[in-house]
Design a protein around this ligand. Structure first.
Ligand code: ADP
Ligand code: NI
Length: 205
């Protein structure tokens, strides 16, 4: 199997997996993260392109929101896939990316300085901000049937707008790479513009 075949196999493997996810975590999220990661690496030149592409494709394979209790099995299946398709050599690093990528991950462990991980985490976070980030947030909120926004919210009821403050507006300052920071700037500004317009419309007198 050459690298092109291995990439094709990984694409098929993840496509099948994300069919069960919400459409903010669909194949197109995976594809955007791959292209963002490649774009960052063109500037950073810190990761091996093949390992970066495979890890980008695999990054959400065992997402705990969807795998739930089964996440150990999902990690196992992912490792089996890599072994069977001649990618045993990079499987440890792919696993490291999968285990640590999530924003909500409580106790990250492993090699958090691997450029593979640093770049893919930036790519995943960039896809959560900007216009696509807004689209994904409201898509996820709709999927969970959360309120769009709760004004005068003394009881701190979660809403999609509150998710901007709990996560999205924090991501710009959490970028790992210089290129990620640069790309985050415009997307962050867009979130601020969006919120300003949102409140203007909401508070019409
Ligand atoms: P991570 O993989 O870093 O834990 P998530 O999978 O939670 O991130 O987020 C995936 C996408 O869903 C992001 O675009 C995120 O903003 C959105 N999302 C997650 N939780 C919520 C929420 N409570 N309300 C709105 N959007 C959400
Ligand atoms: Ni992701």
């Amino acid at each position: 199997m050459n690298n092109t075949d291995k990439i094709k196999a990984a694409e098929e493997f993840i496509k099948k997996r994300v069919e069960r996810y919400d459409s903010g975590h669909d194949w197109w999220h995976i594809d955007r993260v791959r292209r963002l990661a490649q774009h960052i690496n063109v500037h950073e030149k810190s990761a091996d392109p093949f390992a970066l592409e495979i890890s980008s494709l695999m990054h959400d394979y065992a997402d705990s929101k969807f795998a739930g209790e089964e996440s150990d099995k999902a990690y196992g299946d992912a490792m089996d896939f890599l072994e069977k398709n001649g990618m045993e050599e990079i499987s440890g690093r792919v696993l490291n990316v999968m285990r640590n990528i999530s924003f909500s991950k409580k106790n990250p462990s492993g090699d958090l300085s691997d450029p593979l991980f640093l770049i893919i985490q930036d790519a995943d976070r960039l896809d959560a901000i900007g216009a696509i980030g807004v689209a994904r947030a409201f898509n996820y909120g709709g999927f969970r049937n959360n309120p769009i926004w709760v004004p005068d919210n003394e009881n701190k009821v979660p809403s999609t707008i509150s998710h901007f403050y709990g996560k999205l507006l924090l991501l710009r300052d959490l970028m790992n790479t210089e290129t990620g920071r640069r790309l985050a700037e415009e997307r962050h500004t867009f979130l601020e513009v969006f919120l300003k317009q949102f409140y203007n419309e909401w508070n019409i007198k």
